[in-house]
Design a protein around this ligand. Structure first.
Ligand SMILES: Cc1ncc(COP(=O)(O)O)c(C=O)c1O
Length: 384
């Protein structure tokens, strides 16, 4: 009989889910139109506010992250609205296309993949276009492993220009700093399966009073993603308008409890330290990060393949022989990079096992790691 070990899920989502969280999913079913659910949902809302660092309204959609991203667009953007979108990867490209597809006019502020556009270019876009309605920023561009490090300034820029500020924080919230109120984020969207370390299927989002007012006065012609309905149901009865994924709600609450118990700052520091160890360890092996140094993400690490490292073979060996799951590149970066999700419950154990598996896989592919990346990573992980 062969022994099948669990995967170490080092993907940029879904990520490893603590047993405490998965166990919560076996809580017996309840009526979603009952006090049992109302208590659960109210608890989830107030804990989500803590993790988002906001007093804004919260909606938890039963959908993946795309549902919340789409909701943020269809509830705010109307025909011919001008919308600034920094574009430096696949998710920025998708968002700008979505804005155009529903009738808005996306102003794309482009940067080469792996870099962030200079903030001056975004300021210029505000100066050169009268009446910009909104700015949509992908806080962490998952396709390239880059993080926009000037979100706070974007919030100020939007406030000064009377524009809504929307953050796609799908792959980062819970793993890096994102104080929604301090940064003036009108709509912040994320997903359960990434740095929050819950299973896939929920998309929590926060909505400021100004954005909420606009959405209520100008509801979209959609049903499921019409946020006015969610405000109404929550306001009247602390319920959701449609059947929620109740088991996932239990899991998500447990994941929120774990975040609050750990403390946001401790959690962010842990992510940072783990990412530092991954970058340093891989560089010692002779590998290079795809993202420019000042744009590198602490939650999604994209690494260039060396000559002779075939994407399919590399990840197949990692998966079948070492039970470690990594992601490939997609879009323009297909076959050129691999990506490591460094998020959620990630600890030194995950990092050392991943680096060791990468080193062994390189050896199997006849690519000798240059230096002792494991020691380098270990030193970082054990430094005070
Ligand atoms: C930045 C970003 N936005 C949106 C999405 C879409 O999320 P989902 O796959 O949960 O629909 C992703 C998924 O990886 C993402 O990384």
């Amino acid at each position: 009989m062969s022994i099948v070990l669990d995967y170490l899920v080092m993907l940029p989502g879904p990520t490893n889910v603590p047993t405490r969280v998965t166990s919560a999913m076996s809580t017996p079913m309840i009526n979603h139109r009952s006090g049992d659910f109302r208590t659960l949902y109210k608890d989830i809302i107030s804990k989500t506010q803590k993790v988002f660092e906001t007093t804004n309204d919260i909606v938890v959609l039963t959908s993946s992250g795309t549902g919340a991203v789409e909701a943020s667009v269809v509830n705010l953007i109307k025909k011919d609205d001008l919308v600034i979108v920094p574009v430096n990867g696949e998710f920025g490209t998708r968002l700008a296309d979505l804005v155009d597809n529903i009738g808005g006019r996306a102003i794309r502020i482009k940067a080469p993949f792996g870099e962030n556009p200079p903030i001056e270019n975004i300021k210029e876009a505000f100066d050169n276009n009268r009446g910009v309605k909104a700015l949509y920023a992908i806080y962490n561009e998952t396709s390239t492993g880059t993080t926009l490090r000037y979100m706070d300034q974007l919030g100020k820029l939007c406030k000064n220009n009377g524009a809504f500020f929307i953050a796609d924080a799908v792959s980062i919230l819970g793993g890096d700093h994102l104080p929604v109120d301090e940064w003036n984020v009108d709509v912040c969207v994320t997903a359960s399966q990434k740095a929050l370390a819950a299973p896939p299927g929920l998309a929590p989002m926060s909505i400021s009073n100004d954005a909420k007012k606009y959405m209520i006065e100008n509801p979209p012609a959609t049903q499921y993603l019409n946020l006015k309905r969610y405000f109404k149901y929550f306001g009247e009865s602390n319920e959701t308008p449609f059947t929620p994924a109740i088991s996932l709600f239990y899991a998500y609450r447990e994941a929120l409890d774990m975040i609050i118990e750990e403390g946001l700052q401790n959690r962010i520091d842990r992510h940072k330290q783990c990412a530092k160890a991954v970058y340093a360890g891989l560089e010692e092996f002779g590998l290079t990060p795809f993202a420019k140094e000042n744009a590198r993400s602490n939650v999604v690490i994209a690494i260039n393949y060396l000559q002779g490292m075939d994407d399919k073979k590399f990840r197949e060996i990692l998966s079948s022989q070492f039970r470690v799951l990594l992601a490939g590149g997609f879009g323009e970066l297909k076959g050129k990079v691999f990506r490591i999700g460094c998020m959620g419950e990630v600890t030194g154990y995950h990092i050392m096992r991943t680096l060791s598996a990468i080193s062994s896989t390189m050896e199997i592919l006849n690519i000798k790691p240059k230096g002792d990346g494991l020691s380098v990573a270990h030193d970082i992980l054990t430094a005070l």
